[in-house]
Design a protein around this ligand. Structure first.
Ligand code: NI
Length: 138
């Protein structure tokens, strides 16, 4: 962690009350820690919206492996993608359903494109991209 800098924040009393209720529910130690996490999340979101430098994301998929050749298509997309597949984890949830978590590294737009291709496949029931960060500057 770099040098800590204090600064004042003004907000409406009702907004602060709601913020305090939220951070209590989430068990934050104090307002500063909660605020730092919110700022980090906003910076990551902004970098994914506007940045072009390489970053990292995780796509989580739940799919029915008996639905057509969805497993083969998922593998094919990852082999053909411009983004680097850093790692993936497969869990056989039950007789039909598989869960796959895939870590992708590349430009935000390319990661999104690959995730969209994976998520929209027939047989994929649930798909979510978690936008992460390589760690520099946060
Ligand atoms: Ni499976």
């Amino acid at each position: 962690m770099g040098e800590l800098v204090r600064f004042g924040v003004s907000m409406e009393a009702d907004l602060l009350r709601q913020f305090d209720q939220m951070i209590a529910r989430r068990s934050y130690a104090n307002r500063s820690e909660a605020l730092r996490d919110l700022v980090r999340a906003a910076i990551v979101e902004d970098q994914w919206q506007h940045g072009s430098s390489r970053t990292v994301g995780v796509v989580c998929l739940v799919y029915d492996h008996e639905m057509g050749d969805v497993g083969h298509k998922l593998t094919h997309i990852q082999h053909e993608s411009h983004v680097q597949v850093v790692s993936s984890m497969h869990v056989h949830l039950d007789h039909h359903n598989c869960l796959e978590a895939i870590v992708l590294r590349g430009k935000p737009s390319e990661i999104r494109h690959t995730c969209d291709q994976l998520i929209c496949l027939r047989g994929v029931k649930l798909g979510k991209l978690v936008m992460s960060h390589t760690g520099r500057g946060l």
